[in-house]
Design a protein around this ligand. Structure first.
Ligand code: PLP
Length: 476
């Protein structure tokens, strides 16, 4: 019987290759095209296609394939002008932390199998509470990201409302309702569906002129449901909406929820560190009153995917929702703290390590100051858009997000929508700048999310020029 492992010297050589690759890749990101016209689904599939390798091809050949078939056609996330969706530039310290976590291969599920990783996750969760300003004694768990954190948050709401649901299931429950806004991330709707309630349970609470949930409308919707015999379970407020970075008035929403006996989940997947960023701190007012709270380190702390977090100030509710007794694993009454009782997963990777290491290597202040700079940069970009004759700002810059559109003269609304929608894929293919598309009501909007610490003032005019060039290509 042979072992597939490499010799220590070969491992060292592999590591050196990886270190060189990471250093070159990250330090030259800004000089590379973000994407390429040649990268089409058909070509990438063809490039990668090969039968199952039954015999070893060796490290050098495998790495060569990695470089030419995987790295080369990859989108340069982390490029200074990659501002689409919410994809950050990973810090090198966090990139290597992934390798270290993999080497230890701790499954952070039961304390006995992962003593230091379990305590490191608990420590990192406390640090996230410090940074976010959420209830300091809250309990939490790291998740794959914001979608899973929101799912857990809404499961907690269901558990709090119906403590017997784990026994009798959703069929035993009355009709229920959840209160979102048109700006709430779609993962909340997905969570409601996954809980077995269906879209019928979603109430879309109107927003004000700044796309923030309107608390009096929330109260009205809750009361209407009660009159109709529907059980209002939870409201979701967002700290930094996906489309425009708007912040729902958490303090006022918390007051409505408290008066009406409704759970408040705050989705701070993107804006969850607002309390520690002077430019955004007012948005976090009232956050500590939320019943549960999501924040994503893979959006806010410049660590690579995947890392989200969910917290609740209701002690004991996470284990009440997820705790199970098994004969084959340590249980709650056994020594140690078992994350398997705090979330849906058993095997869980050591996500905390990348957060632990980057906070120690770079320090929280450097990260928070970077966010302040990015928020200023977004405001500067919004000012340049307002000053340009051929662009229109569609929402105030908020939390580093700018929604705008290209508006050459002489086009009606329909033509502007068609042009802005059509130019985004062209822009993305051209590789000079990478933005995403969003809808604001009936309007097709371009969206820039300043989430890369590499972006500087020099990139701003280049972003606008890249949009103009893509539009010219669309217009022929
Ligand atoms: C406000 C908000 N919540 C939740 C999510 C989902 O997070 P994830 O992609 O980590 O699942 C996003 C993603 O962009 C988001 O913007």
């Amino acid at each position: 019987m042979t072992s597939p492992e490499l010799s220590p010297e070969a491992i060292r050589e592999l590591g050196r290759w990886v270190a060189d690759f990471v250093a070159d890749y990250l330090s030259t990101l800004g000089e590379q095209p973000i994407a390429s016209e040649d990268v089409t689904p058909r070509r990438v599939r063809a490039l990668l296609a090969e039968p199952l390798p039954r015999q070893p091809q060796g490290v050098a050949a495998a790495l060569e394939d990695f470089q030419t078939k995987i790295a080369a056609p990859s989108v340069r996330v982390g490029h200074p002008r990659f501002l689409a969706w919410m994809r950050t530039s990973p810090l090198a310290g966090a990139v290597f932390a992934e390798a270290l976590a993999a080497a230890l291969n701790q499954s952070v599920a039961v304390w006995q199998g992962a003593p230091a990783a379990t305590e490191a996750e608990r420590l990192v969760l406390r640090w996230l509470l410090d940074l976010s300003g959420y209830a300091p004694d809250a309990e939490g768990i790291l998740t794959s990201g914001g979608s899973m954190a929101n799912f857990v948050g809404l499961l907690l709401a269901r558990q709090a409302a119906f403590p017997e649901v784990r026994v009798h299931g959703v069929r035993s429950l009355p009709k229920v309702a959840f209160y979102l806004s048109p700006e709430t991330h779609y993962s909340a709707v997905k969570a409601i569906e996954m809980m077995g309630f269906g879209k019928d349970a979603v109430r879309c609470v109107p927003t004000d002129h700044a796309r923030r949930m309107h608390p009096p409308s929330l109260r009205r919707a809750i009361r209407q449901d009660r009159r109709d015999g529907v059980y209002p379970v939870a409201a979701v407020a967002t700290l930094g909406t996906t489309a425009t970075g708007a912040c729902d008035p958490i303090d006022e929403i918390a007051a409505v929820c408290a008066e009406e006996g409704v759970w408040l989940h705050v989705d701070g997947a993107y804006g969850g560190l607002a309390a520690s960023i002077p430019t955004a701190a007012p948005c976090a007012r009232g956050l500590a009153k939320a019943d549960s709270f999501t924040v994503d380190p893979h959006k806010t702390l410049f660590v690579p995917f995947e890392a989200g977090a969910i917290f609740t100030r209701h002690q004991g509710l996470l284990p009440a929702t997820f705790g199970t007794h098994t004969a084959y694993l340590p249980n709650a009454e056994d020594e140690g703290f078992h994350f398997r009782d705090y979330g849906p997963q058993l095997s869980r990777n050591f996500r905390a390590l990348k957060i632990y290491l980057i906070l120690k290597i770079y320090g929280a202040d450097a990260i928070l100051q970077t966010w302040e700079r990015l928020h200023h940069l977004a405001a500067q970009f919004a000012a340049q858009i307002e000053a340009a004759d051929d662009f229109q700002l569609l929402a105030p810059a908020s939390m580093g997000i700018v929604a705008f559109r290209y508006t050459p003269p002489g086009m009606d609304e329909e033509a502007l929508n068609a042009l802005n929608k059509a130019l985004v894929p062209v822009l993305q293919r051209r590789g000079e700048a990478f933005l995403s598309l969003t809808h604001l009501g009936e309007t097709e909007a371009l969206r820039a999310c300043f989430i890369s610490y590499r972006t500087t003032e020099d990139d701003l005019p280049r972003l606008l020029d890249a949009v103009r060039a893509a539009a010219r290509e669309v217009q022929g």
